[in-house]
Design a protein around this ligand. Structure first.
Ligand code: OAK
Length: 835
């Protein structure tokens, strides 16, 4: 392979060498030359930055050679378009993937520094809300690990998901200034900036070949500047790129305003443009029809498509083959305007005729749906959409009219169907329905777990399934074992490796080999010891951060995820109150000691979710201080749950709460992370829980609750929560305790909205599932007393989690949707390390 470097440039050993002395020297060198500091005056952040640059240097060889290989071979490429990438900290993950964790740890120790402390220092890029964003991050890790040519495209939000504080039990949101101290992992590429148009009007004209054409005269133009981050695979040379776009003002606009002497106008214009990528919308699975959000979506989509086209031009590839060169995955509907934008680019900017452009477009896109919740379905007011994107609206009308003709042919005289399937909702105020556009414009449509994919076909996308059954498929989610086992739980990872070798990190199915050690008492002891040590770590952390003492011998019962009524954190709360009531009624009751841990953010405008947080904290105040409890029950709400914190939490769980109303959680991915760290699950038959239970064995899973079918039948039959309240004394007492003001210093009004929502609506059937949940929890408490048996089940959970690696999910996407082959990247040795 030809070196990518000009002859006279040497890659210095200090930037590539990986022996301990070199690493120390390189670290001090970066401290001096990049941070402009020496040890005596360095802050922890200076040390973190110096180390981050030292590690980044060791990535660059692979990154640049990957780029060069792709440039040269022009391979078919996956483009993963996502409005969110919830990456989590880079440093630890890169150390794992480079295989440098231990040597760097040692190097830091030699310098009197703790790697753990430095890892803590990193501000994580919280560029996502929850499930969908974190999934995108796992998928780009697996794409690189599987050596697939791929690029992630998204938005470089200046403020990511807010930081959560708890004041008087309530959530308070603080802006996330993650870029405050700089970001050593990204490289700005201002030379690759692009322009994005907004607003204005269109003009029709006849071109020199006598063809009808359309020109878009925009009202404003905004610059998109790419910021690239290398995403290195585990133990491979492949380092793909995550390209995030930042909005900036164009000089031309400043210039015009300046010329008019309008200084304020020019500066205002600049900040208006830059607003587009200022902040991540913090709503999870509920959509707000905000114009800025639509602008964000179009902005990153247009930049990304133009970037792909430019890349093909550099590679001398004809755009006729766009769909052969790129497989573009739409991560939910947020990037779906790409269907119209690719059409526009091909028609208006590259002179394709409609049929050719549509053929290319519909062979390019594939769409993943991530929720069935109706409130998350994106639909944009037609007026707003048309005034921002006049050309796209016309294109969408044309797509729609041709599409509805097809529907008419397949289903003659079915006017209701036409109304339902139309991309334009005309039932009242008119809207553009993004899921419909995604279904029409994509060649593949998938849900994220088996049940979810089935429900999509039966409910939300039923008409589209009848129209295009061949487009529908399932890809069950997965998570990366690199971050969520190796990095977050080194004790467990080392124990596993000591028994079965380390192949499992890349081939998670190899965890099965652990089953050979089930009968090995020593192994079971060691396994239990690891869990206890990790629990002790978390207990220490909670002691220092919250001044609450928790007992590592108690059952750690954890629910960590976004706060949402469908996820039913308040069902968990009803269980805690029930246990509390039982102990109050009988203080000598023989209960299994439990520590209930919660973590999660509520959308700032989601009142009921915020009230659930307040309820949990209020219960904690009462339970944790009641002497009758004799420390047998503890409740802690862990503040500011994010990826970094999640990595502490998953390993320490005994019990993982996956208790959503059946049919509501598309997949869940936290359920997988807990289970692969040895937690047993208490869960409903929802999302991927079903497949997890199948994999680990029903005897190793605590199942309760109605099935999705029973839920819909019950609702159809006219569900009345009062029936449950009136006939179940424990349930009644638990609810009465809340409404009487017992947890709110005597104030009966505080939790009234929550209690009323349960008694008068109970959309998520907590009351219907309560008894089954309580009985199941009683079985859990019983099971935990037989620790031998528990450890056995816990080992089986770990051993049988192979399916839930994101490597398997990506292989499914590759096989069934993308059809993109892997490409080997060679990295020539530039220098010898002085090992
Ligand atoms: C967020 C915004 C709009 C639509 C969906 C989401 C989302 O995060 N959905 C979640 O996606 C995860 C990844 O597929 C799933 O595991 C979760 O069940 C789902 O709620």
């Amino acid at each position: 392979m030809v070196s990518i470097l000009p002859n006279n440039i040497q890659i210095e050993d200090d930037r590539t060498g990986i022996n301990i002395e070199t690493l120390k020297r390189a670290f001090l060198d970066n401290l001096f030359y990049i941070q402009a500091k020496f040890p005596k005056i360095s802050t922890k952040n200076d040390y973190y930055m110096a180390l981050a640059y030292t590690v980044r240097d060791r990535l660059l060889n692979r990154w640049l050679n990957t780029t060069e290989t792709y440039l040269e071979k022009a391979p078919r490429t996956v483009a993963y378009l996502s409005a969110e990438f919830l990456l989590g900290p880079h440093l630890g993950n890169n150390l794992i993937n480079l295989g440098l964790y231990n040597v760097v740890k040692q190097a830091m120790e030699d310098l009197g520094l703790s790697l753990t402390d430095l890892l803590e220092q990193e501000e994580e890029p919280g560029l996502g809300n929850g499930g969908l964003g974190r999934l995108a991050a796992c998928y780009i890790d697996s794409l690189a690990t599987l050596e697939i040519p791929a690029i992630g495209y998204g938005i470089r939000y200046e403020y990511g998901i807010f930081d959560q504080e708890i004041k008087d039990g309530w959530q308070v949101e603080i802006t996330d200034k993650w870029l405050r101290y700089g970001n050593p992992w990204e490289v700005a590429r201002p030379e690759a900036e692009l322009e994005v148009k907004f607003g204005g009007h269109t003009e029709d004209f006849i071109d020199e070949h006598g063809r009808y054409r359309v020109k878009w005269i925009p009202f404003k133009v905004v610059k998109g500047v790419p910021y690239d981050t290398p995403i290195l695979g585990f133990q491979t040379n492949t380092a793909n790129t995550l390209r995030l776009w930042k909005a900036e003002a164009t000089e031309s606009f400043d210039f015009e305003a300046f010329n008019k002497g309008d200084y304020f106008g020019a500066v205002h214009e600049k900040s208006e443009s830059e607003n587009i990528t200022k902040v991540l919308y913090p709503n999870d699975e509920s959509y707000e029809g905000k114009q800025l959000r639509l602008e964000q979506q179009f902005f990153f989509v247009s930049c990304s498509l133009q970037d792909m086209i430019r890349m093909m031009q550099v590679q001398n590839l004809t755009l006729e083959r766009f769909h052969e060169h790129y497989a573009i995955q739409l991560n939910d509907t947020h990037p779906t305007i790409a269907v119209a934008e690719l059409m526009r680019l091909l028609l208006d900017e590259h002179g394709f005729d409609w049929d050719k452009a549509w053929n290319i477009t519909t062979k390019t896109f594939a769409y993943t749906n991530h929720t069935l919740l109706p409130e998350a379905l994106e639909r944009w007011s037609l007026n707003m959409f048309g005034s921002l994107f006049p050309r796209h609206l016309k294109i969408i009308y044309e797509i729609n009219s041709r599409f509805l003709d097809e529907v008419r042919i397949k289903f003659p005289d079915d006017f209701d169907r036409l109304r339902r399937m139309s991309i334009i909702d005309e039932s009242g105020e008119r809207y553009v329905r993004m899921a419909n556009l995604a279904c029409v414009g994509s060649f593949a449509i998938n849900g994220v777990a088996e049940l979810h994919s089935e429900l999509l076909k039966k409910t939300t996308l039923h008409d589209f399934y009848e129209m295009y059954p061949e487009k529908f498929t399932n890809v069950t989610n997965g998570v990366t074992p690199r971050r969520f086992m190796v990095l977050s739980n080194p004790r467990l990872a080392n124990l596993i490796t000591s028994k079965i070798g380390d192949s499992w990190v890349k081939n998670l199915d190899d965890l099965r080999k652990l089953e050979n050690f089930l009968y090995d008492t020593n192994f079971r002891k060691e396994f239990h010891k690891v869990k206890q040590e990790v629990k002790q770590d978390l207990a220490n952390y909670i002691q220092t951060s919250y001044n609450i003492t928790i007992d590592p011998n108690s059952l750690f019962d954890i629910q960590a995820k976004r706060i949402h009524e469908y996820k039913r954190q308040h069902l968990n709360a009803l269980h805690i109150i029930t246990l509390y009531n039982r102990i109050k009624a009988n203080p000598n009751l023989d209960v299994t000691p439990r520590t209930f841990l919660f973590g999660g953010k509520a959308a700032p405008g989601y009142y009921m979710a915020k009230l659930i947080i307040k309820l949990i904290n209020s219960i904690a105040d009462v339970v944790n201080t009641d002497p009758d409890m004799r420390d047998r029950l503890k409740v802690v709400f862990l503040t500011d749950y994010n990826v970094k914190f999640a990595q502490r939490v998953y390993p320490a769980a005994d019990l993982s709460e996956q208790i959503s109303t059946a049919g509501k959680e598309a997949s869940g991915t936290g359920n997988m992370k807990f289970s692969m760290n040895g937690a047993l699950t208490i869960g409903t038959l929802d999302g991927a829980n079903i497949e997890i239970r199948e994999a680990v064995g029903e005897e190793n899973f605590f199942l309760f609750g109605l099935t999705a079918q029973e839920v819909s039948q019950k609702k159809a039959a006219g569900y009345n929560p009062w029936d449950y309240y009136n006939s179940n004394p424990e349930l009644k007492l638990a609810i009465d305790r809340i409404s009487s003001g017992f947890f709110s210093h005597g104030d009966p009004n505080l939790f009234k909205p929550l209690v009323d929502s349960l008694l008068y609506r109970d959309d998520y059937l907590l009351l219907a599932d309560y008894q089954s949940y309580i009985e199941c929890q009683d079985r859990v408490s019983q099971a935990y007393r037989d620790r031998e048996k528990w450890v056995w089940m816990s080992i089986l959970n770990v051993a049988r989690m192979g399916k839930f690696s994101s490597d398997r999910s990506i292989s499914d996407y590759l096989k069934n949707i993308w059809k993109v082959p892997s490409v080997k990247v060679d990295v020539p040795e530039y220098s010898q390390s002085n090992d």
